[in-house]
Ligand binder design. Structure first.
Ligand code: MUC
Ligand code: MG
Length: 367
């Protein structure tokens, strides 16, 4: 059960349709595959998505911190010493997706070693989650057409609409067009990625007051401390903190400061060990929780559904588990499939997924 090596392998897979939002855009999944090897010949896997506009990480930086800093601190540890691994990773500031991928690859290796699914090890609450699809920036008609496609092909009926940075009227027109097209057969919420001011956010939410939104997410920057608190106090839907709460301490600070009333949990940034801490904190504070998407590939999505399905609180709401549908290909031997609006936890030991070696050879960029 001892860790003998950790690999960090860059790969790049283009998107068929780029995702655009207030803080950036993604045209290719230029992620890092992490493989944790043990002395039993077990290999655990996970992926880290660099999001410079969210966490400051880059593909090269993730590889450098994993190989140069984390690996020497992890080699020789047993897979069950996850708290030791967590404490050692925590000595390094930042680097959330690099740490999360290492953590989840350790959990995958542990599950494979024990012959058990990670979802069962984490909590085993259910074997599936409802799926929420993120609609990136486009004209209103194109975003409605995208929602129609997702509903027809995959049965997805919960949509998170990206808003912010562009004219408020354009964003509210999109949400109105979606509600008019689908009536009350769909769930809708909005995510601003910090793209509005507090005043613009309130104006937009008032304009959309009749559109039955579930949530508002990260509409304005959390660093506008008083503006954010002012806004959250005036809204009558839960306000989700996403990129402003990458750690349990951030959750505590934002929620107790009145700057958020719900949170997004992303395994891509808190792994399984950190997400467990955030989950327990959210449960104790009585917060609504949504499983978020860091624009993950299929491996990252398998991690998100594994964690989300493991607990009652995280599986209550539809999870954001569908961004991989816009990728031209992926690394998994058996692709994830969404049907009837649901994604099941992959069946099998560990994360229940394996890599296709030919695809890894095709998409890795280090050879
Ligand atoms: C999201 O929920 O915000 C876009 C930026 C980011 O950090 O995550 C994505 C999705
Ligand atoms: Mg968000």
């Amino acid at each position: 059960m001892k860790i003998t090596a950790v690999e960090a392998i860059p790969f790049a897979i283009p998107y068929t349709k780029p995702l655009k939002f207030a803080s950036g855009e993604v045209h290719a999944a230029e992620h890092v595959l992490v493989r944790v090897h043990t002395d039993d010949g077990i290999v655990g896997i996970a992926e880290a998505p660099p999001r410079p506009f969210t966490y400051g990480e880059t593909q090269a930086g993730i590889i450098a911190v994993i190989t140069g800093v984390f690996t020497p601190q992890l080699v020789g540890l047993r897979l069950t010493e996850r708290e030791v691994a967590h404490a050692r990773l925590a000595r390094t500031v930042g680097n959330p997706t690099a740490k999360a991928a290492v953590d989840m690859a350790i959990w995958d290796a542990l599950g494979r070693t024990l012959g058990l699914p990670v979802s069962d090890l984490l909590g085993g609450y259910t074997d599936r989650m409802r799926v929420s699809h993120m609609l990136g920036f486009d004209e209103p008609a194109a975003m409605v057409a995208e929602a129609e496609k997702m509903l027809e092909r995959y049965g997805i009926s919960t949509f998170k609409v990206k808003v912010g940075r562009r004219p408020v009227q354009l964003d509210t027109a999109v949400v109105r067009a979606l509600r008019e097209r689908f009536g009350d057969t769909i769930e809708l919420y909005v995510d601003g990625n910090r793209g509005w001011t507090a005043a613009e956010s309130l104006r937009a939410m008032k304009e959309m007051a009749d559109l039955d939104l579930l949530f508002a997410e990260e509409l304005n920057p959390a660093d506008d401390v008083l503006g954010r608190r002012w806004l959250v106090g005036k809204l009558d839907v839960p306000f989700i903190a996403d990129e402003s709460v990458p750690t349990p301490a951030d959750v505590t600070r934002e929620v107790l400061g009145g700057s958020a009333t719900a949170i997004s949990i992303k395994t891509a940034r808190t792994g399984f060990t950190g997400s467990t801490r955030v989950h327990h904190l959210a449960e104790g504070l009585g917060l609504e929780v949504v499983m978020g998407n860091q624009i993950d590939g299929q491996l990252g999505t398998a991690c998100a559904v594994t964690f989300g399905a493991a607990h009652e609180l995280t599986s209550r709401r539809a999870g954001e588990l569908s961004n991989f549908l816009d990728m031209s290909d992926d690394l998994l031997a058996e692709p994830l499939r969404i049907s009837d609006g649901v994604l099941r936890v992959p069946f099998g030991v560990g994360l229940g997924v394996d890599l296709d070696p030919d695809k890894l050879t095709r998409y890795r960029t280090d050879n």
